[in-house]
Design a binder for this molecule. Structure first.
Ligand SMILES: CC(=O)N[C@H](C=O)[C@@H](O)[C@H](O)[C@H](O)CO
Ligand SMILES: CC(=O)C(=O)O
Length: 351
């Protein structure tokens, strides 16, 4: 079970973490080796920067961390997922990328969650163990998507074997049926999941089925799970449904904007929250119509942050020059570019 633990002013026991003294600081699950804060708020799904030759460009990750924290106010990351092309990297690359984010994020980021899903259980377990060794804050796993689990129990058994390789790390199931083709409903999967996976800590839900998402929340109200929504253009609806946070690609460059929406929602200023969501939707709707995926996310992040993200790895193809020009004009008109020299004063009413 989960309990909130408090630390008193003069307590001189082992340092739990660097949060302020006397505050309710962590959610501690007795099944875990170490106390962990609940993952909440915005989580950026990190891009894996690459060189023009298609190798991982580790050299910009430190800068990338600073950009997220200082410019976007985002302090949680989700590494080697869809946006990070995790499934297009070798196991050794995935290990090195995870290590670099953990190292560069130390004392800067709140949580680093590593996606360790793979088609091979062995590889997934190796990555889970590795995530624990390097001091990551959690692991997430998608459903294996070539030889697929055909029902809930079969999928849970796979996830359980992975989770067991990192028994001290919070475990998140990453539900993304459009990409995995595994359409087992999350609500069904969550039913009784902690009996099988004691480290289960939450769900990253990347689907538009708000009935399924709502029922995940409703049926698990007593549990301190994180319900992280993954469709950025619909986040406000998911907040209404009980989302406790969000993982997404757009928080890399629209983190600040999206935080304004979260704040308005928290203040119960729903009309402002809706305005913020509509502004974000205008951008995402625009790029979706041009063709929007990981390649385009890399190009947009390069544009907005100034940090070179490089091309994607095949089979993905570099975003076209035409896409970049159009996306840039839209970002400008919505006032979504942070640096002033790119502004031209011709705004839609979004700032
Ligand atoms: C399929 C995919 O990559 N989904 C991302 C995360 O789950 C989202 O962040 C989307 O990129 C975003 O919602 C735009 O559609
Ligand atoms: C968007 C997301 O969560 C991912 O890239 O995995």
């Amino acid at each position: 079970m989960t309990t909130v633990i408090y630390r008193s002013e003069n307590e001189s026991t082992e340092k739990v973490n660097n949060s302020s003294r006397g505050a309710p600081l962590t959610f501690f699950s007795s099944s875990m080796a170490s106390p962990k804060k609940k993952l909440q708020g915005l989580v950026a799904a990190t891009i894996t920067p690459m060189t023009e030759h298609g190798e991982i460009n580790f050299s910009v990750i430190g800068q990338y961390v600073d950009y997220l924290v200082e410019e976007q106010g985002v302090k949680n990351i989700f590494v080697n997922g869809t946006t990070g092309e995790g499934l297009s990297l070798s196991v050794s690359e995935r290990r090195r990328v995870a290590e670099e984010w953990v190292t560069k994020g130390r004392n800067k980021l709140d949580q680093v969650v590593i996606h360790v899903g793979a088609l091979s259980l062995k590889e997934s377990q190796e990555l889970a163990r590795h995530a624990a060794e390097i001091g990551a804050d959690g692991i997430a796993v998608i459903a294996p998507f070539f030889l697929k689990p055909w029902n809930k129990d079969v999928l849970i058994n796979f996830l359980k074997e992975v989770a067991a390789a990192a028994p001290a790390l919070p475990f998140y199931y990453y539900h993304i049926p459009a990409l995995t083709g595994v359409k087992i409903r999350a609500e069904e999967l969550l039913d009784g999941i902690q009996d099988k996976i004691p480290t289960f800590q939450g769900l990253k839900f990347s689907d538009t089925d708000l009935l399924d998402f709502g029922q995940c929340v409703d049926q698990n109200r007593q549990r301190q799970f994180a319900f992280l929504f993954g469709v950025d253009e619909q986040l406000l609806s998911a907040l209404v449904m009980g989302a406790t946070g969000a993982v997404g690609s757009t928080y890399n460059y629209l983190g600040k904007k999206t935080s304004q929406m979260l704040e308005a929602f928290e203040q119960k200023d729903f009309s402002s929250a809706l305005n913020h969501q509509f502004c974000i939707q205008r951008f995402i709707n625009f790029v979706l119509k041009l063709g929007f995926g990981v390649s385009q996310t890399k190009a947009i992040m390069t544009l907005v942050s100034g940090i070179p993200m490089g091309p994607p790895r095949p089979p993905l193809q570099k975003a076209s020059g035409e896409f970049i020009d159009n996306a840039k004009a839209k970002l400008k008109s919505l006032d979504f570019l942070l640096s002033t020299d790119l502004k031209d004063g011709n705004f839609e009413s979004c700032s």
